[in-house]
Design a protein around this ligand. Structure first.
Ligand code: PEP
Ligand code: MN
Length: 356
């Protein structure tokens, strides 16, 4: 991490709250850092230290109204007390210019390699999830997706196999070695789902379920946070900040399409969100071409476009027989379509200096 360049911007003010970070000198000692942390905490604020290759930065978390931070600039080892423009802090590239890479059992999301997470919308049976897991694994997936608890618009619709679904996912992990990504819908469910899953998914409808964000923030599992269908980029990053500020630094952002006037596609895939997010945050960004389009034949072109736009990965729905799928069959791709998608996105990744 460089922290070579800090731009001093006008003090960021939202509702009277100043956001500040303390940049330590390269030669600052551990005791200088501890002194700064203690001073900030004595002011009633929380701290988070970001470590760079030659500098450390102390991020002050909390409401600083009425707190005078300027005197900290005179503390030993302090280079500057700098205002942060963004309302989110830990998620911001101002705090951490280096990209966050999230390890997922032998693979990673956010590094040079593009990571593909694939599987059915929902776990339907032992056979269905095992067959899919084997196929996507053979064709380069880094993780298996599949919902056991499904957030449904109607209370009368299929709600998922619940714990049985989690058990089948665990079987598929055992059989293939693939990590498992599955959704958690409530804070009370978090311990159960975290007991089975390798990555906890927060669905679009729960992006601003703050109690849930805090609950997954308290676990040690990476979180795949889907953008709320009506959320701005700012709101998306503030939702990520809830998880980060509760101690969990492993957040993967997922652009899954937003609501617009357009009704030809299920949602509108906001591809410009990908490079925009990558400017604003160090967190990895993946794209879901399945829910954003709602149409099987649009998945491949949007998957290609997502990788070309700089996405760190894809979250894609694959089903052994989409026609028979209980959920989201219209947007699920077949095994041959998945294999072809992998072939094409690999070529695109390689064209921009990445790989799969
Ligand atoms: C899903 O990934 O299966 C899902 C329900 O997605 P979203 O929350 O984006 O609708
Ligand atoms: Mn789905």
């Amino acid at each position: 991490m460089g922290f070579g360049v800090f731009f001093v911007r006008p003090i960021g003010l939202v509702a009277g709250v100043k956001r500040m970070i303390v940049v330590m000198k390269p030669e600052a000692k551990d005791k200088d850092l501890q002194h700064v942390v203690d001073k900030i905490e004595a002011l009633g604020l929380k701290t988070m230290v970001a470590y760079g290759t030659n500098r450390r930065v102390v991020c002050c978390l909390g409401d600083k109204r009425g707190v005078d931070m300027d005197t900290l600039a005179t503390a030993p080892g302090v280079e500057a007390v700098v205002p942060v423009l963004a309302p989110y802090k830990i998620a911001s590239r101002e705090i951490k210019p280096d990209r966050t890479v999230i390890p997922i059992d032998g693979h990673s999301i956010g590094g040079t390699r593009v990571g593909v997470i694939a599987g059915p919308c929902t776990v339907e049976s032992r056979e269905q999830i095992l067959e899919t897991a084997h196929f996507v694994k053979e064709h380069g997936a880094v993780a298996l997706r599949g919902g056991a608890f499904k957030p449904r618009t109607s209370p009368y619709s299929f709600q998922g196999l619940r714990e049985k679904g989690l058990e089948y996912l665990a079987l598929a992990r055992e059989a293939t070695g693939l990590s498992v990504v599955t959704e958690v819908m409530s804070p009370e469910q978090a311990p159960l789902v975290a007991g089975y899953a390798d990555v906890l998914q927060i669905g679009t409808r729960n992006m601003q379920n703050f109690a849930l964000l805090e609950a997954v923030g308290a676990t040690d599992k990476p979180v795949l946070l889907k953008r709320g269908m009506s959320a701005s980029i700012n709101e998306f990053l503030l939702a990520a900040e809830y998880i980060l500020s509760n101690g969990n630094q492993q957040v993967i952002l997922c652009e899954r399409g937003i609501r617009t006037f357009e009704d030809h596609t299920r949602f509108t895939l906001s591809l410009s969100a990908v490079p925009a997010l990558k400017q604003l945050t160090h967190l990895p960004v993946v794209v879901d071409p399945s829910h954003s389009t709602g149409k099987q034949d649009l998945v491949l072109p949007m998957a290609r476009a997502a990788i070309a736009a700089g996405a760190d990965g894809l979250l894609v729905e694959v089903h052994p027989n989409p026609e028979e799928a209980i959920l989201d069959g219209a947007q699920s791709i077949t095994f041959p379509q998945y294999a072809e998608m992998m072939r094409q996105v690999k070529a695109i990744a390689q064209a921009i200096g990445r790989d799969i």
